[in-house]
Design a binder for this molecule. Sequence first.
Ligand code: THU
Length: 130
Amino acid sequence: MEYKELADKAIKAKSVSHPPYSNFHVGAALLTEEGKVYLGGNIETSSYSLTICAERTAVFKAYSEGERKFKAIAIASDAPEFCPPCGSCRQVMLDLCGDIDVVMVNHKMELKTMKLSQLLPYPFGDKELK
Ligand code: THU
């Protein structure tokens, strides 16, 4: 799948987000190695810190369906500029998805693609636990 198409799906995923407190919609589309796509939106609760980001929604949905191999994740938001994933999502994605491509899309429909390892250099991980 072209990353442009994946980015379109991330934009559409904003409509399944639930951010009644921040009113900031984020959508994510996670692409498996086999070409399946899992969508996620950010979901907020009244106890703000229990909020889950769009990226982690998509990752946990995919994992709970048995997926383990991933290629890329696209991220779209209400911000006009590229929306980089937060630090918590970077750690979760690296642990659960590996060094995937992170495709950010802005309101001009331009794409910015970075390796997750560029976004989270010198990470904590499995190797420290051995
Ligand atoms: N948010 C995401 O969904 N992904 C990110 O990587 C950054 C932040 C959400 C969390 C919260 O619902 C809203 O954006 C404002 O922080």
